[in-house]
Design a protein around this ligand. Structure first.
Ligand SMILES: Nc1ncnc2c1ncn2[C@@H]1O[C@H](COP(=O)(O)OP(=O)(O)O)[C@@H](O)[C@H]1O
Ligand SMILES: [Mg+2]
Length: 330
């Protein structure tokens, strides 16, 4: 194979999946090069899990085609399954077993015999910094430990592609950093990683390329730099020491940064899109020079909402009413 497709771990064209009247995935194309971390970014209900499940052959596509590691998902699902691993919302861990026993059981399922199963389990525990908890029951693990064990469990045999469905949702920041570190190490070892996330920061930190999806459609794709360029670099948040200066400060910021200024309903806070850090700094300096007492300020990365707003002109819908009965009734 010398064609381009041989460089692709995943190649999807026009994938569609419907549930009754609802089109969960509405025609998605995806090219994921071998060895890269690729993020599918989108709010709840965007169709991320459904997309992953089609690629993993857990759900049939209603339309479109895809290959995973060169195998067609419809024609050769067994070969696809043999070359992937999936974790996330499909935890297969036994709560009452220890971490080590869980991994040894899986290793045996994969054909490791006796001592070899034990060795593989211990290797994974060490790689995922779980050796100290090896003999604890999984039900006593913290969220971060569980997530690491969950990923370890999918890597008993090294897959070509690892699907990670929202690998850090629900984790605290330090556990999240641990999982990020581990995902990077896996990518360095040559595993192609397709992950879904609701967090721009996660996609930004990990992924070489990001596809933004909403309502089952891909609305943008690129590197995080390209996406941010479409969004502006961030938002300047300013807190004032003296609330009576709010209006004057808002006018000044609007004039300096050329964007509409949002006033928080309570307190003396303002936020305004800022093109870059230099512009934000200059605006703060102008406020101070005008005698405004600034209590605090911060230039934040754009949130997922702000990326969505910039890409679609619409606020992200994080709470789509998705009761299938309602959808069917309407
Ligand atoms: N088995 C199913 N039956 C009916 N609707 C479903 C099913 N799975 C997903 N959906 C709907 O499809 C849409 C996309 O869901 P999902 O792929 O889980 O999104 P995400 O993972 O981005 O949150 C949602 O509106 C969801 O309610
Ligand atoms: Mg999901």
């Amino acid at each position: 194979m010398t064609n381009d497709a041989s460089n692709l771990a995943i190649c999807a064209r026009g994938l569609v999946r419907r549930f009754g009247d609802l089109t969960a995935v509405a025609g998605i194309d995806l090219d994921v090069r071998r060895g890269m971390i690729f993020a599918v970014l989108g709010p709840n209900g965007a169709g991320k899990t459904t997309l992953l499940r089609m690629l993993a052959t857990l759900t049939a596509a209603d339309d479109g085609t895809a290959t995973v590691m060169g195998h067609d998902i419809a024609a050769a699902p067994q070969k696809v399954r043999a070359s992937i691993a999936m974790t996330g919302q499909f935890a297969s861990l036994d709560e009452d077993l220890t971490g080590r026993d869980n991994l040894m059981m899986l290793a045996r399922l994969w054909g490791f015999r006796g001592r070899a199963a034990r060795i593989r389990a211990d290797e994974l525990l060490a790689a995922f910094e779980l050796s100290g908890a090896a003999r604890k029951q999984v039900k006593d693990y913290s969220g971060g430990m569980r997530r690491r064990l969950d990923i370890a469990a999918s890597l008993v045999v090294t897959p070509g592609v690892l699907f990670l469905d929202e690998p850090t949702t629900g984790l605290d920041p330090s556990a999240r950093k641990g999982v990020w570190h581990l995902i990077r190490q896996l990518a360095e070892s040559g595993v192609t990683i397709l992950l879904t996330t609701q967090y721009l920061e996660e996609a930004d930190q990990l992924a070489e390329r990001i596809a933004v999806i909403d309502h089952g459609r891909k609305i943008a794709e690129g590197t995080s730099r390209e996406l941010k360029a479409a969004t502006g670099s961030g938002v300047l948040h300013v807190s004032l020491a003296d609330q009576s200066q709010l209006e004057a400060a808002a006018e000044l910021l609007a004039a300096r940064l050329g964007s509409a200024v949002q006033r928080s309903p309570e307190g003396a806070e303002l936020s305004v899109p800022a093109g870059n850090a230099a512009d934000a700094n200059a605006a703060i300096a102008a406020l101070i020079a005008a005698g405004v007492s600034v209590a605090d300020f911060r230039l934040g990365a754009p949130s997922l909402d702000e990326v969505f707003f910039a890409l679609t002109g619409q606020p992200a819908t994080s709470e789509t009413p998705q009761n299938p009965e309602e959808a069917a009734a309407s």
